[in-house]
Design a protein around this ligand. Sequence first.
Ligand code: MLT
Length: 389
Amino acid sequence: MSDIPTIEFTITNDNLDTGLRGYPVGTCETSYVDPQEGVSYVGYPIADLAFLPAEDIIHLLFNKSLPTDAERQAVADDIAERSEVSEDAVASISALPAAGHPMDQFCAAIQILGMTGKTDDYYEDSLNLVARIPTALAAIFRKREGWGPPIPSEPSRGYVNNFVHMLGMPGGDEEALTRLLSVYYNLHADHGGGNLSTFTGRAVASGLADMYRSMASGMNALAGPRHGMANQDAFKMVKEVDTEDPEAAYEALKERLASGGLIFGFGHAVLRQEDPRAKVQLGIGEELCPDDHWFKVVKAVREGGIRALSENPKVSNPYPNVDLISGSLVNALGFTDPDYYTTLFGWSRIAGIGAQIVDERTRARNGRGVAIYRPRYIPVNQPARSLSS
Ligand code: MLT
């Protein structure tokens, strides 16, 4: 690890209780979020990477370079070799209570994969997890939806197409789903070091918890409505607005704001412009589902939402983020239950969080790894007391 730029950062009382917003706490080699330009992975703008095979993104995040043709094939072979999930693990995942939210099952599945195949090497375990999670997630969908028993993996199909194959969505258009989920995967794979799920995964790993425990913790963080679960809430909001007319969407969102309602899918902690991932999603929507009612509604909500939020001087970023459009796209291709949307985000983010944990544990501080996270909290409302007086 080299070339850490010199930074100056003054902490005052105003910084307390702000969720560490903007605090420099460490380094990140996989990605960076520029407030104006959005995310880049290892220096490449996300829009340039969106349509590459997922194998390229995995190589980029773990090796910090885009693969040659031979390296891409090596990634595919490596994933294939690592991808076997024991029957026991699939049976345990399929036996999880269906009553919970899919994210509960997703987090539990990560720990089950840990219980049944851990190496205790961060690098090995992160790539094993990348390779095995599609089988786990497909098993969750199939069990919950009653689509039948798990479908055997065929890793030679490629990473994303194999996931689509294992899902076996009744009536699903395999080609379109593979196209959409490839882009979806690339767009969601990483987002700088400070997003809550990545920060959580890194923090938990700093106590030397293994990759599976650290990743499950990160995924539980992703399951909050202010973070990854915003994608399901955004689509639910789009359904409530339900108009293809931008003017009517503007009125509906203005009213929602006035009555204290939350607007999902807009704004961001770091971004100050429209998220480039949202723009890519608009493009893929125009390609795959231009006539879909909910895609048209989402476009109206995008326009109306920017207008409604821009009128509030307190809103620093009135623009769409990654969560506004994704739901309408996957819905159009057959994922009609928004409760699953965060699991798709989680599937993709495993590569970014995994690569960052590997970097932090094995490369940071010249290979010594980052110390255990132990920030300071300032005591308040705790006057000295004594039981004896
Ligand atoms: C995202 O992908 O937008 C995030 O993980 C949220 C963030 O960057 O804080």
